[in-house]
Design a protein. Structure first.
Ligand code: HEM
Length: 512
């Protein structure tokens, strides 16, 4: 045997032995991510762990995660993956309370989350922790007071739903058009929030903004980054190969979204120079333009870009999805639609329709419609899963040992569907479960029903979103009968939010 052949044989033997050792060490888990004794885990492939299954199930990720909880019959389990941090998942309300409230200081979004979400959220409220987050939360919370709700926000929602009626629904009814309800809801919530938060009229209900597609593409990209290694590289290859050459690159999407956000800031500055009015002097953007950050400086345009995009994520997608899933469920359950319609007709009389102050007060009395909205968010939470990082070792109430630096996750989507939490009928759509024998709304622990998050980072817009949704549901139901389009299936698409794969196609009839 020559020296070269001998060397090759030895090298091959070393590779085979090392591979055999790796296969022996990681027979069903990700490379460098062995199972931990005390935590149930989902057995996967040697070295790849759960990667392949995750890729296959990416569009139905949270349904897949729900299947695993049920298969392992557990409230807490670990995923193992090579090359991305493994996840400890839980739906146990006691653990969730511990993470979100009791030991809040130990769990932050952290640098990993911030890096993967940076294109979209930058240093805005969703991606930051500590003092930077606290200052933003304090500034933003100042717009959420009863006077604004009653005198300003209700009027905005009324105006925008009237625009939707005039420019979309009436036309669709008259011309017998098929429309994508989900897309219309995104435009409605976008225009409403732009007016409330930035005092800007976008009119995307009248003509669709290019921004929307880029915003959705960035969301999908960010979601995949959390679950699939080398997502950025895959995206680049797709962009540069011939087949995908038409597609915009992620950087081009970022530019589109940035131009949109900077456009809003510029328009707002111009408006401030021309005239002052009480409404826009106290809106969200104005408050951020006139506040100082932790260094004592006014916010830069980049900071303001982050603010605009974070609040669009908060104000547009979440509520639009909640409305889309509400009408999906009403169309699937005509008897429930009929009950909501009866409540709407009882409370929203013609004189109340045009009186925002009375409308705001009346909406609070609509128990059944609230129950429907909460039930939708139980089964179809707009934010289906959440992730944070442990700053130090910790032990959860169920005994799970968490190590410093671990990524941990809880899933509102799964929490809503697990029989161990909601009983045998967990997967059924039953608004009645939210109503007590006395007819009032039942308050459920926010650690069991986490649709709006809980603890110090509870959603700031919970009341705003609920008001917007109930007004929109009432006005649309009162005026129109929507119908499903035969052959069109509404399918969940998992992004950062719980989206609809091909939207929701409907036809519209005016009610007499
Ligand atoms: C149905 C509608 C909505 C749902 C289901 C929802 C849900 C949530 C959830 C789950 C979070 C936690 C996200 C995270 O930390 O990663 C959150 C945070 C937040 N939401 Fe909402 N949201 C809704 C509407 C709104 C609206 C209309 C606003 C308006 C401004 C808003 C403002 C915020 C803000 C500012 C935060 C960040 C809170 C913080 O980190 O301190 N949300 N929301």
């Amino acid at each position: 045997m020559s020296i070269d052949a001998g060397f090759i044989s030895i090298a091959a033997a070393v590779v085979v032995c090392f591979s055999a050792f790796l296969f022996y060490k990681y027979p069903d888990s990700g490379f460098l991510d062995p199972p931990r004794k005390s935590i149930p885990y989902k057995k996967g492939l040697p070295l790849l762990g759960n990667l392949v299954e995750t890729v296959i199930n990416i569009d139905r990720y949270y349904e897949y995660v729900c299947d695993i909880y049920e298969e392992l019959d557990t409230f807490t389990f670990r995923f193992t993956q090579p090359l991305i941090p493994s996840l400890t998942n839980t739906v146990d309300p006691k653990n969730v309370e511990h993470i979100l409230k009791t030991n809040f200081e130990n769990y932050e979004k952290g640098p990993y989350f911030n890096k993967l979400m940076y294109d979209l959220v930058g240093n805005g409220i969703f991606g930051t922790d500590g003092e930077v987050w606290r200052v933003q939360r304090k500034v933003a919370s100042r717009i959420f007071h009863v006077k604004n709700f009653r005198d300003k926000f209700t009027r905005v929602f009324l105006d925008q739903i009237n625009i939707a009626a005039m420019h979309v629904f009436d036309k669709a009814a008259e011309e017998n058009q098929v429309i994508d309800f989900h897309d219309i809801m995104l435009r409605f919530t976008m225009d409403s929030f732009a007016q409330i938060g930035f005092s800007v009229q976008l009119n995307s209900l009248i003509s669709r903004a290019e921004f929307a597609d880029s915003f959705d593409a960035l969301q999908m990209h960010a979601f995949r980054r959390f679950l699939i290694p080398f997502t950025d590289t895959i995206e680049r290859i797709k962009h540069y190969t011939h087949y995908w050459a038409e597609r915009k690159s992620i950087q081009q999407h970022v530019s589109t979204v940035n131009s949109f956000a900077y456009g809003i800031i510029q328009e707002r500055r111009k408006k401030d120079l021309l005239h002052h009015d009480e409404d826009s002097d106290s809106d969200l953007l104005h408050r951020f333009m006139t506040c100082k950050n932790v260094d004592g400086n006014y916010l830069s345009d980049t900071d303001l870009r982050d603010t605009v995009l974070n609040f669009i994520i908060a104000g547009r997608d979440t509520t639009a999805l909640a409305l889309s899933w509400t009408f999906y469920n009403l169309l699937m359950h005509p008897e429930i639609e009929e009950k909501v319609l009866q409540e709407v007709q009882h409370y929203i009389t013609d004189d109340i329709e045009s009186d925002p102050v009375r409308l705001y007060e009346t909406v609070q009395k609509m128990t059944y419609t609230h129950a429907v909205f909460y039930e939708v968010l139980r089964l179809y939470p707009s934010v289906p899963g959440e992730q944070k990082e442990a700053l130090n070792d910790d032990v959860w109430p169920d005994g799970t040992q968490i190590r410093k630096g671990d990524q941990i996750s809880w899933q509102p989507f799964v929490q809503g569907r697990i029989t161990g939490i909601w009983g045998a009928d967990a997967k059924e759509f039953k608004p009645q479960r939210w109503i007590s024998d006395e007819g009032s709304l039942i308050r459920v622990s926010p650690y069991q029903w986490t649709a709006f998050n809980a603890g110090p980072r509870v959603c700031l817009g919970q009341n705003l979103a609920t008001l917007e949704a109930i007004i929109a549901i009432s006005f649309m139901l009162k005026r129109y009968k929507f119908k499903r389009v035969e052959g069109h299936q509404v399918i969940i698409l998992n992004l950062i939010t719980l989206s609809m794969k091909d939207g929701m196609k409907i036809t519209v009839e005016k009610r007499q």
